[in-house]
Design a protein around this ligand. Structure first.
Ligand SMILES: NC(=O)c1ccc[n+]([C@@H]2O[C@H](COP(=O)([O-])OP(=O)(O)OC[C@H]3O[C@@H](n4cnc5c(N)ncnc54)[C@H](O)[C@@H]3O)[C@@H](O)[C@H]2O)c1
Ligand SMILES: O=C(O)C(=O)C[C@]1(C(=O)O)C=C[C@@H](O)C=C1
Length: 303
């Protein structure tokens, strides 16, 4: 079957007969939206403690059914996608473990959490080991918005999804999770858990920490109204992500503490070098730093 996600043609197909999304927010809702647009034939159900998110998901045509109680929704699920904040994963897994006998015999479990080591540890605590039918993953796509109302069917198109399978993973479970994301237009990669957390600490978690800190620092100053009134493109580009969900980011910084602190050490050293260059009016040092950064930014694969 050939399916279309916007302009991109995707020849892989996702044959799950019943997909259960746990946590119907931006990421879970966008997954449902992308599958709908791709012509996904299976049922899509969702579980969320917020009844209004479920009602909105049904109203938007993203899910067929849903509710607040996981145990009532697991029946016959062929794939379960955990899309809740990182520190909510363990309690969701514990509930899932109880209800899992009602799922399809070949059920596959995956997640979308922004950190991977703590979520792997949750799975080990709840199930004794990461089950062979569990494939942890992370779509490298998102926004500062939250909730199903912000769901975007094109969110994953041409974006990377990193899967972090365990060595003993069931190969067909891995293949089915790859198919899920390919159907959404994503490019699927594999990485080990430790490397994932180190890389994402630098490219995603650190920038969010800096944006939150800058906006908070300015917002606490007496003349904040005046400052924000004159802010333009540079401020907007640098700080968009400071509007992101506080709970989601609290969880990420608690979960990925060590890697974030290491990336913060490197950043502080660089900032300190720049501070000295500014203090000393060291034109050569300033030009050398900005030149390196500008080249790196232009020649990176960002779009
Ligand atoms: N927002 C992003 O840019 C982004 C990108 C990639 C991955 N992620 C990851 O995806 C996950 C979801 O993020 P989001 O942006 O969709 O957040 P969101 O706030 O939009 O949605 C999360 C949903 O989970 C629900 N929830 C919370 N606890 C729950 C529980 N115990 N059982 C069921 N549902 C529960 C909330 O009610 C909410 O509707 C997080 O782990 C986050 O780290 C986010
Ligand atoms: O585009 C944004 O607003 C995002 O914050 C998305 C972003 C990122 O840092 O790139 C945020 C968290 C993720 O886990 C993955 C993607």
């Amino acid at each position: 079957m050939t399916v279309m996600v916007g302009d991109s043609v995707n020849t892989s197909s996702c044959h799950e007969s019943r997909l259960l999304i746990v946590g119907l927010g931006l990421i879970g809702g966008s997954l449902a939206a992308a599958l709908r647009v791709a012509g996904f034939q299976g049922q899509i159900a969702a579980c969320d403690p917020d009844e209004q998110e479920i009602a909105r998901g049904i109203e938007m045509g993203l899910i067929d059914s849903g509710g607040t109680q996981l145990a009532e929704l697991v029946d016959d699920a062929t794939m379960v996608v955990l899309a809740v904040p990182v520190l909510a994963m363990e309690s969701v897994m514990a509930n899932l473990a109880e209800a899992l006998p009602n799922a399809s015999a070949d059920v596959v479990i995956t997640d979308v959490g922004s950190t991977k080591a703590t979520i792997r540890a949750c799975a080990q605590r709840v199930f004794g080991q990461v089950p062979t039918n569990m494939v942890l993953g992370h779509p490298i796509a998102g926004s500062e918005k939250s909730g199903v109302a912000a769901a975007n069917p094109r969110l994953y198109v041409d974006h990377k999804v990193i899967l972090t399978p365990e060595p003993n993973v069931d190969r067909s479970a891995l293949q089915r999770v790859r198919c899920l994301w390919k159907a959404c237009g994503a490019e699927v990669l594999e990485m080990d858990v430790e490397r994932h957390d180190q890389v994402l600490a630098r490219t995603s978690h650190l920038p969010h920490l800096l944006a939150f800190s800058l906006v908070d620092t300015l917002a606490r100053q007496d003349e904040r109204l005046d400052i924000f009134r004159y802010a333009a493109g540079g401020f907007r580009d640098f700080t968009r992500i400071a509007g992101s969900d506080p709970v989601m980011w609290r969880d990420i910084f608690i979960a990925n503490k060590e890697a974030v602190l290491a990336s913060l050490d490197d950043f502080e050293a660089g900032l300190s070098r720049l501070r000295h260059a500014v203090e000393a009016g060291d034109s050569d040092a300033l030009i050398a730093t900005f030149d390196r950064a500008s080249h790196a930014r232009h020649y990176s694969t960002l779009y």
